[in-house]
Ligand binder design. Sequence first.
Ligand SMILES: Cc1ncc(COP(=O)(O)O)c(C=O)c1O
Length: 482
Amino acid sequence: MSSDDIELEHALDAARRRYIQAHPVSLESAELAASFMPGGNTRTVLFHEPFPLRIVSGEGCRIRDADGFGYVNLLGEYTAGLFGHSNPVIRDAVMQALDNGVNLSGHCPDEVLLAELVCNRFPAIDKVRFTNSGTEANLLAIATAIHSTGKQRVLVFNGSYHGGLLYFVNGGMPINAPYDFLLGNYNEIESTRALIRRHAHELACILVEPMQGALGCIPALPGFLEMLRSESRKARVVLVFDEVMTSRLSESGAQGIYGITPDMCTLGKYLGGGLTFGAFGGESELMELYDPHRPGSLPHAGTFNNNSLTMAAGVAALGQVLTAERLDSLNGLGDSMRDELNGIAVRHEIAVRFTGMGSLIGIHATSSRSIDSCRDLVDRDDRVLELLFLDMLECGYYLARRGFIALMLTIGRSEVDGFVESFERFAGNRKSVLKKPVADGRSAIAPPRPCLGIHRARVPGTDREQRDRRHARYCRHKSRDS
Ligand SMILES: Cc1ncc(COP(=O)(O)O)c(C=O)c1O
């Protein structure tokens, strides 16, 4: 171990000891939890050593742990918490749905409204079906592609995450769903083109994130998605964008930013207004396979697919809270925050880089100057992220232990400024234990945000204004009924 390594280990030991001492209630709760759940955990992403905090309440953009410490929540429930804790408009809608009675055993008016809001928003989605999670949405998108093409293989990319059973962050996982996966290298245009051509006869679909989220917010190079679009068309392969995380990057998602419309798209997270949610949608021709009027149609079951609480929360969130202006302004805040943080890392000459797009920021302890795929992260030092996480907690900022920030609408300039100042102090105080970046001959510090101009949601052959009028009429109708 080098002397730098020893110094880093000492710094980490001291930070961990302070954390343990400060959080006896969280520790006790973690120990009790371990009696009933393996490792005291029911959601792996929340686990970290020595033990995760117990969060007891939240308001606006702040949360409080069981030991009485308050934090600005920069994690935003891994993107699902876009609306903060708890938006009053969404809260009222959920309360109204509760007052109407839950488990009504049938269709509810809000599912129609939410479906219309979703279809109007995302260019790829002519028709939509709801699920309970993004994982389920991706499993159904794959199944749809396999059924419709009669082919079996699924192209995914190293470093991708598409849900609990579709995990490719380190190539794959033993409990992945048993589909016949082919693993490509993200952002490698020519090798992927060759892979698609070689396997065209057996490929049912390409499942891709427009920005690899779990790997640390690594955006697709625009030419990569363009190539996937054109090659998948030629090869009769269903192109599926997993927009579970990226759909919040513009009013029409990442597909709107890149100006590329896939055949299908999957959604989740914030679109249920903070409640459990998932959806898959796409071209009418594909989605009509699920039309129960049609003989031999595909079944799509799920007791809670249209649960009235999520449907109400989603309608309030998309219909009233999430205006295009608010979304654009939040994504602009994220862009400037990322630039400022990268500026500090460069000035202090530390091997820390911030990637991502808009309000989603990945943090990497690496000396690579340009990060386009997991291959650029081979030298990453996870201990630096742990030290940053523990130091930032002490400054009153809660982020993902793995180095991830998802801004919520309730976060403002002052919270961002506070975090940027805290990071500047970290960069200065911890400089002696952090590595220096090495020049690797590439010029960009962070991947460029594709700037191809937002292209608005559309539905082919449908007049948008007419749909909006129909929507307004339906809302009036609904409020008269309730
Ligand atoms: C890109 C992506 N796809 C799918 C999922 C799975 O969604 P869920 O956790 O709702 O199953 C996630 C969750 O983090 C995700 O980030």
